[in-house]
Ligand binder design. Structure first.
Ligand SMILES: *Cc1c(COP(=O)(O)O)cnc(C)c1O
Length: 455
């Protein structure tokens, strides 16, 4: 039997991130200022982001060196293994070969430290003393807390109040790495105070927490804000996943026929597939790139490709993306990391150009796939990750029918050991599926269709 794990040595960790901006089939539509309807000047972002990250956001350099200090931290868990899912294949009786890239081996348990570490580093060298961010269930907050602790930065995390109360263990992890965690809405910011005046018992929302974190950064000289997905520089840092995967597949002489990832804002999926896209555009690969989302938040499969606000409150620049409308509030499904109304502009352009395909699954089928995976390959996935597993299983079952020996690669974006309450609800039959009609979605999009930039 061949090896179960395809491993790289530490010296084989890629030394550069891959920037797809110069290789996109057309120019990425720029972020737009909502008042002037003109592209924003990147320098306008300086109150909240350090200059080096603003430069990466718009850079047209194809390769961007990974600083030694970042590589040193990456070595705590990188390179991550590419694993052949022999036991899952056997269980499915599929002729397909299934591989997964295991990003759950990082200290925070997901792919998110790949960008958190880079962002903390660039802030540190520009003299920033403190980072702020928002977190829902706590995946991103724990990744940033870990990264700030390493580079000696203070970290203030606005955690959606209801999650703060109901999901205390990720908060414990953030505390272990020395971060301050506040249940949002707080009375430290104008945004938070305004919400509390109207509703002292507000459970909070990601939109409110973003407003608080941005306001905190914008009003403190030594403080910047950090975002864990969607933006170009975040996807750039995540390409370390796909660049390693490429080397690992080459080692065993494999070419991917299908590459799969779950999509919330698009960073782990983008990180896996972006390094393979130039070969597809040149006709050297015929890979199907499959983005997987929940039917409860179907931005890529049911949204429209329009300019919309990045946040719920309407404070950010407008981004061109597949969106359900910034006021769309997805139901409280258990894949909290996939409850975003839009997606990364890079991923959206590639979906629009039909280079990436998208599919949506309801949550019960996704949890079933998670359990199948746990009972064959052992690891219990995060509910987000289980969306990718469900799609990989379906692709492998298609191969069983057609007798095709395809090579399927998916990203195992994180483990589910902080999501056990959600698994209990699944076992107790308490999880609901959500599906939206075209009519319902149309309604949430009416307002943004009227933006002048969308005319
Ligand atoms: C945050 C998160 C996601 C979703 O975010 P992307 O930016 O789309 O990758 C997926 N999986 C896990 C484990 C996460 O923590």
């Amino acid at each position: 039997m061949n090896n179960k794990k395809i491993l790289l040595s530490e010296s084989e960790i890629p030394k550069e991130w891959y920037n797809i901006l110069p290789d996109l089939p057309e120019q990425l539509p720029p972020p737009i200022h909502p008042l002037t309807n003109k592209p924003i000047d990147p320098k306008d972002l300086q109150p909240i982001f350090p200059m080096s990250l603003i430069q990466q956001e718009v850079s047209l350099e194809r390769w961007i060196p990974i600083p030694d200090e970042v590589l040193r931290v990456y070595k705590i868990w990188r390179p991550t293994p590419l694993v052949r899912a022999y036991e899952l294949e056997k269980y499915l009786k599929t002729p397909a070969r299934i591989y997964y890239k295991n990003e759950s081996v990082s200290p925070a348990g997901s792919h998110k430290p790949n960008t958190a570490v880079a962002q903390a580093y660039y802030n540190k060298i520009e003299g920033v003393k403190r980072l702020t961010t928002e977190t829902g269930a706590g995946q991103w907050g724990s990744a940033l807390a870990f990264a700030c602790n390493i580079f000696g930065l203070k970290c203030s995390i606005y955690m959606v109040k209801i999650s703060y109360q109901q999901k205390p263990f990720r908060k414990s992890l953030m505390h272990a790495w020395g971060a301050d965690v506040y249940p949002s809405p707080t009375n430290f910011t104008n945004a938070g105070r305004k919400v509390l005046e109207e509703n002292p018992d507000s459970p909070g929302s990601l939109g409110i927490a973003i407003s608080e974190a941005v306001e905190d950064a914008a009003t403190h000289e030594d403080t910047k804000y950090s975002l864990g997905s969607v933006l170009n520089h975040v996807l750039l840092h995540q390409t370390i996943i796909g660049l390693e995967t490429k080397k690992q597949l080459e080692l065993i002489g494999e070419k991917p026929d299908v590459m799969i990832g779950c999509v919330g804002g698009g960073s782990n999926f983008g990180g896996l597939v972006i390094p393979f896209i130039p070969d597809k555009l040149k006709g050297k690969l015929n890979t199907k790139f499959l983005a997987v989302e929940p039917t409860a938040c179907p931005s890529l499969t049911k949204g429209l490709y329009l300019y919309d606000f990045g946040d719920t409150v309407g404070l950010t620049p407008l981004l061109k993306m597949y969106t359900l409308g910034h006021k769309f509030i997805p139901p409280k499904i258990h894949a909290g990391g996939l409850r975003y109304h839009g997606d990364a502009p890079i991923i959206c352009l590639l979906v629009y150009k039909k280079i990436i395909e998208a599919i949506a699954y309801p949550q019960r089928a996704v949890f079933e796939a998670a359990i199948t995976f746990a009972q064959t390959e052992g690891f219990l996935p995060a509910p987000e990750t289980a969306h990718a597993i469900k799609a990989a299983i379906d692709e492998a079952l298609k191969c069983k029918e057609t007798k095709e020996e395809k090579c399927i690669v998916f990203n195992f974006s994180g483990h589910g050991y902080f999501d056990l309450a959600a698994y209990d609800q699944f076992f107790e039959g308490k999880l609901e599926d959500f599906e939206y009609s075209e009519e319902e979605i149309k309604k949430t999009l009416e307002e943004i269709k009227k933006f002048p930039i969308n005319q």
